[in-house]
Design a protein around this ligand. Structure first.
Ligand SMILES: Cc1cc2nc3c(=O)[nH]c(=O)nc-3n(C[C@H](O)[C@H](O)[C@H](O)COP(=O)(O)OP(=O)(O)OC[C@H]3O[C@@H](n4cnc5c(N)ncnc54)[C@H](O)[C@@H]3O)c2cc1C
Length: 399
């Protein structure tokens, strides 16, 4: 049997010159690297500062859904979920992909109107989302308190994955296809050189590339600043926890629109739950700090026990934090940078980059290989903010 390639390595040999250098070994950088390796002859490397699941890609809830408010995002996620159906075989690794659906609950007239509008939109584009009453929502999850629920939506094709094997799978396959995935090596400096760039790495190596993909997520402006500009995305600490393993009882990932609470049950039985914290003095969540707080533990527990009263007997095993990469309009930033067309941004994915990566990586790889902008990604043009074209139209970002 052929031996499995490692998912990245701190010692893999790097060339001095490549066609595309991808900075950041999260799900976005790795999915793009994998698709470039599959569909082009371009010479590509991935440089990751730490271990592969050290960024947001190893710290998220693993939820995947078609239930979005913007038709472009619904279509993109239909494609991403479709790719996930065969991705485990393609990457040769168990992704723990489980389609138990997503159940959204609305407890206010505004939330109800949002769900009604979305259900109609989803029907138009062919996503199987159903608008439900509170009683029908309880038929799906009998443990829910739906006493003040006005409406719900359910899409059985939505689901959850275990994030880590996803990242490792892309990395291992990309390496197998000839892309060095170098871990524990930081891109310390990014310098303009000729028509491209020189990357100075923390091990002293210098790498020249006409095109660089900035896939450093919440850290992306640290790299951009080296070229004298920034994009308007900024980090926001987001906390999450998981419980002791419980007997399986919960199929869908449940989202309570009124609080932004979400929870699902992993294949190992743990309840995984998160929520955004309301602003409070003394708490700065706009930093890259990844510490966990007692305040989150109290807030998420109160929100969870209101919606799922049986959770009050549950023990917490693990609590952690990760960076959301927030943009002013809730949409990602993808494409050539203003003033530096060879630097491709691939960032600003807020709390939903994991689920979008299978489709986005494939689309961006095609764009880079064909040198033709991809129509699905053009709406995320980094220059839209400066051109005044940014309007907030995605209102289904959660957490
Ligand atoms: C708590 C939480 C829950 C979430 N839940 C979900 C969910 O349920 N579903 C979903 O789809 N998404 C979710 N997300 C969002 C999702 O995790 C992110 O959108 C996605 O992982 C972003 O991937 P990325 O590759 O862009 O960034 P990252 O995974 O953060 O990768 C960026 C990488 O760049 C590296 N890097 C930075 N600077 C340098 C440098 N100078 N040189 C080399 N490497 C560098 C970092 O070490 C990091 O590994 C959640 C996020 C959090 C924090």
């Amino acid at each position: 049997m052929a031996s499995r390639p490692p998912p990245g390595s701190a010692t893999v040999k790097l060339p001095d010159k490549v066609d595309i250098a991808i900075v950041g070994g999260g799900i976005m950088g790795l999915s793009t690297a994998y698709h470039l390796a599959r569909h082009s002859k371009l010479k590509v490397v991935v440089i990751e500062r730490s271990y592969l699941v050290s960024g947001a890609s190893g710290r998220n809830g693993g939820g995947l859904r078609m239930q979005w408010g913007d038709p472009g995002n619904v279509a993109l996620m239909m494609e991403s979920i479709d790719l996930c159906r065969t991705l485990a075989q393609e990457l040769g690794i168990n992704l723990w992909f489980r389609q138990g659906g997503y159940l959204f609950l609305a407890r206010s007239p505004v939330g109800e109107a949002r769900l009604q509008r979305n259900a109609a939109l989803h029907r138009q584009v062919g996503a199987p989302t159903r608008l439900l009453s509170a009683r029908e929502a309880r038929d799906i999850v009998p443990e829910l308190d739906t006493s003040d629920v006005l409406a719900a939506t359910y899409n059985p094709d939505d689901g959850v994955v275990f994030p880590w094997p996803f990242v490792w799978g892309y990395a291992a396959r990309a390496q197998q296809l000839g892309v060095p995935v170098r871990t524990h090596t930081e891109v310390e400096r990014l310098l303009p050189k000729g028509d491209g760039f020189e990357l100075v790495l923390s091990d002293g190596h210098r790498l020249v590339a006409p095109r660089v993909v900035n896939a450093t997520g919440a850290w992306s402006n640290l790299l951009n600043r080296q070229l004298g500009f920034t994009t308007p995305n900024e980090p926001h600490r987001h906390e999450i926890l998981s419980s002791e393993p419980l007997k399986p009882f919960l199929d869908p990932l449940v989202v309570d629109l009124s609080s932004g609470l979400y929870f699902s049950q992993s294949t190992r039985g743990e309840l995984v739950t998160g929520v955004s914290l309301p602003p409070a003095s003394g708490y700065d969540d706009t930093s890259l700090s990844l510490h966990s707080s007692l305040r989150f533990l109290g807030h998420v527990s109160r929100c969870l026990c209101k919606v799922l009263p049986v959770a009050r007997h549950m023990k917490i095993l693990r609590q952690w934090a990760g960076p959301y990469d927030l943009t002013p309009d809730g949409d990602a930033i993808v494409g050539p940078s203003p003033g530096h067309p060879g630097l491709i941004q691939l960032c600003g994915f807020t709390g939903h980059g994991f689920m979008m990566a299978p489709a986005v990586g494939r689309m961006l790889a095609k764009w880079l290989a064909d040198q033709t902008p991809h129509p699905m990604l053009e709406r995320w043009d980094p220059s839209r903010f400066a051109r005044g074209l940014s309007q907030r139209y995605e209102d289904m970002s959660i957490g």
